[in-house]
Design a protein around this ligand. Structure first.
Ligand code: GLY
Length: 381
């Protein structure tokens, strides 16, 4: 049977970004429905939750760095608001991050990063090998030094999403577990059609389906966001006794990046592989081996840890590694995707920006460099 339900906004994707967009829109008085066939396959379920604009800095990405720093500045208030409204924790920890050098070449790279960060007013401190061991005594002996970024923190993405979903539900957001196909009428979006034939109509549809955002049926190629899946594997580990690390630890071991994120309850998240293998979400034994090998090189005691979970997720990669947020070019279709390595960090700024766009017609200035139009094909003269 076909029924038609009308909302102001339909969000395709019930991951942390989709749920946050729905919540922020509902807070502005809009009626919102979220549609997702399998929310748990979202990247949030695998993500370690590093809020790390400084230690994930890449030289060619200064506009993204500015957005990331802006997002980080708003994170404490975002988490406090969620906890106040729902009574739920988010796992936000102002723990800082230590980037560890494995050898002299890494140390030189960290010095360059430090100098570059200084030009942008970023607060970070270079550490000698001895200082590194004072800051994190459980790290392997003989590491030549590191960089302490006191401003790079963490949140627990699973707790965060649960809190965002609860806040959205409190505001009357409905979620449907179904596949959605975009419905259009000429040159405008009119809603979505679910796999059971139900039609949901809305003035605006937001595509927030992570790595699947470019795969939604009914979206013409010219308006589909250019995202691709980049598989990441993380491991959930636990060492007996007291937590061994007090900061997030990142390093590059013989050319391969690895990170360790210590949760307050003693769990350690080790990540992450980076694999371009399409939509395959199977756990690859070699990736687990490499992660354990490299993480254990930094934290030798890890050999004694219990391996609690192997997780696989698909990052939504974009052609320039930056998010795709704003009007798709098709009336009524808005993108909130392509966050690649920064989805958790950019959750609140994305949700606020999309809610602003839908209610005022204007994207906030900080998000304008990330609008979909930057990928529009040049029209031949
Ligand atoms: N932001 C961490 C990762 O993408 O692995």
């Amino acid at each position: 049977m076909r029924t038609t339900t009308t909302s102001d906004v339909i969000v395709v994707g019930a991951g942390v970004i989709g749920a946050a967009v729905a919540w922020r829109c509902a807070q502005r008085g809009l009626s919102v429905t979220v549609v997702d066939p399998v929310p748990e396959r979202g990247a949030w379920h695998t993500a370690a939750g590093m809020l790390a604009p400084i230690t994930e800095l890449h030289y060619a990405e200064t506009p993204l760095l500015r957005l990331n720093l802006h997002a980080l500045a708003g994170y404490p208030a975002f988490c406090a608001e969620l906890t106040e409204l729902t009574g739920l924790p988010t796992g936000f920890r102002e723990c800082g991050t230590v980037s560890v050098a494995w050898d002299g070449a890494d140390l030189a790279a960290l010095r360059d990063l430090h100098a570059f960060g200084n030009t942008l007013g970023i607060d970070a401190t270079l550490l000698t090998g001895r200082e590194l061991r004072e800051v994190e005594p459980a790290l392997a002996a003989g590491l030549p030094g590191g960089l302490l970024a006191c401003g790079d923190h963490q949140v627990d993405p699973r707790l965060l999403r649960a809190a965002v979903v609860a806040a959205a539900t409190q505001r009357g957001v409905h979620t449907r577990a179904a596949q959605a196909r975009l419905d259009t009428d000429g040159d405008r979006t009119v809603g979505v059609r679910l796999s059971d034939g139900t039609a949901l109509s809305a003035g605006t549809v937001v595509l927030a389906a992570g790595a699947w955002s470019g795969q939604i049926d009914g979206v013409a190629a010219a308006f589909a966001p250019p995202v691709r899946p980049v598989k990441g594997q993380t491991l959930r580990l636990r060492l007996p006794g007291e937590p061994r690390l007090s900061h997030v630890v990142r390093g590059t071991v013989k050319g391969t990046p690895v990170y360790l994120v210590p949760r307050a309850d003693g769990q350690l998240i080790a990540g992450a592989s980076s694999e371009e293998t399409g939509f395959d979400m199977s756990a690859r034994a070699g990736a687990v081996y490499e992660l354990l090998r490299d993480a254990q090189s930094l934290l030798p005691e890890l050999a004694e840890a219990v391996l609690e979970e192997v997780c696989t997720g698909l990052r939504p990669g974009s052609p320039d590694n930056a998010p795709i947020i704003g009007s798709s070019g098709l009336t009524g279709l808005v993108h909130a995707t392509g966050h690649f390595r920064n989805g958790i960090l950019l959750t609140a700024v994305t949700a606020d920006g999309v809610a602003e766009l839908i209610t005022t017609g204007e994207l906030p200035e900080a998000l304008r460099p990330f609008a979909p139009a930057r990928f529009a094909q040049a029209v031949p003269a």
